[in-house]
Structures are given as C-alpha cells and as structure tokens.
Design a protein around this ligand. Structure first.
Ligand SMILES: Nc1ncnc2c1ncn2[C@@H]1O[C@H](COP(=O)(O)OP(=O)(O)OP(=O)(O)O)[C@@H](O)[C@H]1O
Ligand SMILES: [Mg+2]
Length: 459
C-alpha cells in the first residue's frame, strides 16, 4: 500500500506541482485548496503525512497542525512557508510538525524532505517493534540455558547489561547472538531508549557512511537536505552492529573515533556532534584472523572487545538440547494448534545425538517441521529432515542392531530386506520372492512371522 499524503495548498500551480511530483514518486495524494475541506477528509481517512501551507484563506496552517494532531496523533506534518515566515515554521516544529520547506523549492528538495519523513517514521516503528518483541518475550524466561557453559554466559550477560561497556558477541550462526543482544538491552537502564540494529553485511559500502554518521546539505550530489545518521537517531540508546566483521575497512577508523570520543561528524561537516550510544557487536567471523589478513583493524578490535561473550556451538552443550526441544515443541504445538505430541524414543535419541551445524536455529526449524508434519499424537521419524535421518538415525539404528541378541538381529535384518524388496517391486510378491531368492510360500510365511503388512511397504 502506498503511503497516503494529504496536501492543503491554496495556490493552484503549487498544489498541482506538489501533487504531480509526489504521485509520480509513488505516494497516494489527496489535494485540497483550503483547510476546511482538507480537515474534512482527515476526519474520515487515515493519512501518513500532511503537507500544508502556513498561510491559507480559511484557517491558519498552525491551527491545521493542532487540529490534525487531535484527529490523528501519529500523522506527520510538513509546513510549506514563504521565506519571511520562517520564524513561524520553527515554532510549528516546536508544536509537533516534523519539518518545514520554504518556497520556492525544487522537486528534489520536496522529495527529500518527504522521504526523510518516511525514513524517520520507519525507524520509529522499527524501534517500537523491537521493544515490543522484547517485552512480549519477557526475555530471560525464554532464554534456555541448562548447560554450565550457557549458565556462565548468562551470568556474564546479567553482570554487564547495566553498564555502558561495548560488548562483542561471538558465535557460529544460530547460536543465539541476537537473543543475547536483546537480553543485554532489556536488562539495561537504556531499555526505554532507542534500540537500533544495523546489519553491516546488508548495507552497501557507499551508503553506509551516510547511514551511520549522517550528512549535511550539499555534502554530495543528491544531498539536498541535511540528514541525521543512526548514531544521532539512537542517541541515549543502544545500537547493535550485526556482522561487524563485514564493516568496510574504510569506515572502521570512523567507528573507532565514535568509540573513543563519543562524537560523530556528519559527511560534509567539520563539527563533531556528541552522541551517547551503547554499542553491541556480533560476529560469526574470526576477527583475529581478519586482523592477520589485513581486513579488520586491530585498534578497533581491542575497542569493541572490552567484554567478549562467546556462545559455544550447540553440539558442545548438549545439556541444552532436551530443554530446547520441549520449549520449541510447546511453542509450535500452540502455534499450529496441535494436541500434546509424543516423541518416540528412537526419534528423541536422534534429536539428542545430531550435531546441529546450524545450531539452535536448526533445532528450532527441525522441531517446527516435525510438529507441523505430525499426524495424530506422534512425531514420526519421516518428519525429520533427510540430513538427520541419513546420518544420526541410521548410525544409531546400526549401533542398536549390533547390540541385539543374534536371533533378533537376524529378524530385524530379514524384515528390512523383505520390506525393501516389496517396496522395489511395488508390493508384487512373486517378483519380490524372486529378487530375494526364496519361494513365494516362504516369503508369505516370513511376512506373517515378521508381522509385515502393507503399512510397512506402502502398497
Ligand atoms: N538459548 C536459547 N533459548 C531459546 N531460543 C534460542 C536460544 N538460542 C537461540 N535461540 C533461538 O534460535 C534462533 C536463532 O538465534 P539468533 O538469531 O539469536 O542467532 P544468531 O547467533 O544471531 O544467528 P546468525 O549468526 O545466523 O545471525 C532464534 O529463533 C532464537 O530465538
Ligand atoms: Mg543474528
């Protein structure tokens, strides 16, 4: 759905021009020549943004601002002013307008101020969303840590959460780095302040600098308006830098300066701006190796490594697996409205023994899939992914068969061979008997003794 903008502008050419530029840029426009009709529309339709002239024939733009905020408190307001009215525009901002734009302005300037508003709105929503997810989860209850290794991690997290020291969380993919970050944030005194997440691997190098540090008007082609970077937006709060190993080398000294001086300099400016931001870094990469290769700065490493938190891979803390299985099992039973499901012993053993290269995330996905595919009250082995069936389950079966008394071992082997032959011959007993080198009568007797029926070979 395109963002909706209400425009109130009495000058026809200005109204048409603004409408045209913004609808071409993909916004849904509703234009009015006076405030009365604009506010009428606002009473019955939700808008994301209002652009209103300060001087209107019927109601003054400042009053439009007040009434609009009463009708839709979350709506953004941008005021159009003529130069002599700049003072009033500033007081409009004090009263809750997002920004102003003074006439005459170019299409680029207009687009810039509007897109800046939507970016600001997005950040605000992201911030609210992150905080809400964290509160909803009441974090620490949901952090499963039964193993001594994870208990140690959680003690450390609890001890450092309420300090401002930079924290570096290291661990393979899926070990819970983001979960630990959320816990650090929600236990800190900054929990009601902004919380931004930046994935250093996802932002292109050429955009990263302006994204982090902001820029002044005219700093580069296209910089028609000054813009705050994430450090300024997160001031007073916390920034989580995910995949810090992917931060371009060119930006590493700049990040180091923020860590050392607590100040940022926007692109195109020489004035440092003080920022107070707690920083948490996560990486799955071996930063020491990157230092040796010359792709990560050693001075930055020591700055972000004040408190290192290492999350061991799941295969090294198998005590956590049973608790994680039952945690995810009840979560997904609830989500998919399934009755309480039983995990047969051989399936459970496979789950305990598997080595989880994708760590907790992989275990979570396996349990989700198994719960989803379960029929009746049981989780079947077939509901486990091939990777675990082919390796762990097979190996466990082989080991168990070796431990069986000879008689039973032979029976299991016979049953497997017969079922395989029946599957391969689509249940045709003459062919299966031929393949096994026995008579049809013997096959029939063995099937009876070994309790083999159609459900075993599925034909
Ligand atoms: N100890 C735990 N208790 C409960 N859930 C966990 C635990 N550890 C991880 N998880 C869950 O496993 C999933 C992966 O965790 P998370 O996203 O924090 O991993 P990550 O280390 O950030 O992975 P990546 O390096 O791929 O970004 C999430 O759904 C998370 O909630
Ligand atoms: Mg992560």
């Amino acid at each position: 759905m395109s963002p909706k903008i209400l425009l109130i502008e009495d000058e026809p050419s200005m109204r048409l021009g603004v409408s045209h530029t913004l609808s071409n840029a993909g916004y849904e426009m509703d234009a009015h020549e006076n405030a009365t009709s604009g506010l009428k529309s606002l009473r019955s339709n939700p808008f994301d943004l209002i652009i209103t002239d300060l001087r209107l024939p019927d109601i003054n733009g400042m009053d439009v601002l007040t009434m609009a905020k009463e009708l839709q408190p979350d709506v953004g307001v941008i005021i159009i002013t003529a130069h002599p009215q700049v003072d009033s525009a500033v007081s409009a901002i004090k009263q809750g307008a997002y920004d102003y734009i003074s006439k005459p302005f170019s299409n680029d300037e207009l687009l810039m101020v509007v897109s800046r508003f939507f970016r600001f709105k997005e950040l605000k929503q992201e911030n609210v969303r992150l905080k809400k997810t964290i509160q909803d989860k009441s974090m620490l209850d949901k952090f499963i840590c039964e193993s001594p290794a994870m208990k140690k991690v959680m003690d450390l997290v609890a001890a450092i959460a309420d300090t401002d020291v930079p924290v570096r969380i290291h661990g393979e993919s899926g070990t819970g780095k983001e979960l630990v970050t959320n816990a650090l944030f929600s236990l800190s005194a900054r929990k009601n302040k902004p919380f931004l997440k930046i994935n250093c691997a996802a932002i292109p190098e050429n955009l990263m600098e302006s994204e982090l540090f902001g820029h002044e008007r005219g700093a580069f082609t296209g910089a028609v308006q000054a813009q705050k970077g994430k450090f300024e937006v997160a001031n007073g709060g916390t920034i989580f830098f995910d995949e810090i190993g992917d931060l371009p080398l060119s930006l590493q000294p700049k990040l180091l300066r923020v860590l050392e001086d607590q100040s940022v300099i926007r692109i195109g400016s020489a004035n440092p701006i003080h920022v107070d931001v707690r920083m948490i870094f996560a990486t799955g990469k071996d930063l020491k190796k990157m230092i040796a290769d010359g792709t990560f700065r050693e001075d930055l490493f020591y700055r972000i490594n004040v408190v290192p938190v290492t999350l061991p891979p799941l295969r090294e803390r198998s005590e956590d697996i049973p608790a994680l299985i039952s945690y995810f099992q009840s979560q997904y039973e609830h989500k998919y409205k399934k009755p309480e499901i039983k995990i047969p012993t051989h399936v459970y053993r496979c789950l305990l023994k598997y080595d989880y290269p994708g760590n907790v995330r992989e275990l979570r996905n396996i349990v989700e899939r198994a719960v989803l595919l379960s029929t009746g009250e049981n989780i079947h082995e077939e509901a486990l992914p091939a990777a675990i069936r082919e390796s762990t389950c097979k190996a466990l079966k082989a080991m168990e068969e070796e431990k069986l008394p000879l008689e039973e071992g032979i029976k299991t082997y016979e049953k497997q061979r017969i079922v395989k032959a029946l599957v391969e011959t689509n249940g045709r007993k003459i062919k299966a008997a031929e393949q096994l080198g026995i008579s049809r009568k013997v096959l029939w007797k063995k099937m009876k003794d070994l309790d083999i029926d159609q459900t075993d070979y599925g034909c």
